[in-house]
Write a protein that binds this ligand. Structure first.
Ligand SMILES: [Zn+2]
Length: 307
């Protein structure tokens, strides 16, 4: 017999309120009109996609049962605590780790993840960076003999019932051979951009790609429509054009950004754009960790805090 604790009953009540689809015969209420606070764990067969609050940086965990894809690791060891809370107790194995690009706010935490967790596979570009954490990341991969998939060759990763399709990825040669605006050393646009799919639900994860890549994606045949958008480049003004938002047409958007960061992220323009398009916007500096839960047909999103 299942014993429901008070906490469980509360979560279920909220889950019903948010996504009536759990009740047979009741149509799914697909969207809340504003950010919702809910401490949520996936039930059997559900996927959770968690945009961790790691300050100024990115770290995203997609998980079904004991299968995980971790995308980026944030700027420091905060990710270890976040993983500890999000993963099943005793699970020390991550099926796939993706490094979108080797800037410190994405790779620093990942280098630490490799020394604490058994990682079965990695996806990363050949783009390098002259920073200590990137050297550590590389040496951990070699020491532990972890296979690395090149997104130029492998376009789809499957972990459990999750599918991750590569939409864009740069190369070292590509970066060195191109010119960049003052904002970037080219690394941002080398980001692995991916569409994560679970059932009918689609999550577009932009890394730090700017409008340069957004324009390329819109010119390519890939379907960009997504239910959930991880906003590019911490909501900076160099990313997230109106055309692009219209092409993706997400129901939810999450911006991973640190409070009082020195870059002025997120840009007012981007936050207004999300609001004006009627998208339910979350940002980690205000809402904390953001979690999306889906059974493949309905989707609920909630955060640690509502502001
Ligand atoms: Zn970044």
């Amino acid at each position: 017999m299942t014993i429901f604790t008070k906490k469980k009953i509360k979560s279920w009540t909220l889950a019903f309120a948010l996504g009536g689809s759990l009740m047979v015969g009741v149509p799914a209420l697909e969207r809340a009109t504003a950010p919702v606070a809910l401490s949520s764990k996936a039930t059997a067969g559900q996927m959770s996609l968690t945009v961790f609050d790691v300050g100024q940086g990115d770290s995203i965990l997609a998980q079904v049962g004991d299968k995980q894809i971790l995308i980026d690791g944030g700027p420091d060891s905060t990710v270890l605590e976040r993983l500890g809370n999000a993963m099943p107790a005793g699970d020390r194995e991550i099926d796939l780790v993706i490094l979108t690009h080797p800037h410190s706010d994405h790779v620093n935490g990942l280098a630490q993840v490799l020394s604490r967790y058994k990682v079965d596979k990695i996806m990363a570009t050949d783009v390098t960076a002259p920073i200590v954490s990137f050297r550590t990341w590389r040496s951990e991969i070699m020491q532990n003999n972890i296979p690395v998939d090149d997104p130029q060759k492998i376009k789809t990763e499957r972990v459990g019932d999750m599918e991750y399709d590569v939409l864009s990825a740069g190369t070292e040669a590509g970066i060195r051979g191109s010119e960049h605006d003052g904002n970037s050393d080219g690394l941002n646009d080398s980001s692995i951009v991916g569409m994560l799919k679970f059932g009918q639900k689609r999550f577009l994860l932009m890394g730090d790609a700017t409008t340069v890549i957004e324009d390329k994606l819109m010119a390519a045949p890939d379907d960009l429509k997504a239910d959930f958008l991880k906003v590019g480049h911490h909501g900076s003004n160099y990313s997230t054009s109106e055309k692009f938002i219209d092409a993706v047409a997400p129901v939810y958007a999450a911006t991973s950004v640190g409070a009082k960061n020195p870059y002025g992220n997120p840009a007012w323009r981007v936050m207004q754009l999300i609001k004006n398009k009627g998208i339910v916007g979350y940002r980690t500096d205000e809402n904390g960790t953001v979690t999306a839960l889906t059974d493949g047909s309905s989707l609920q999103v909630a955060s640690e805090r509502v502001r």
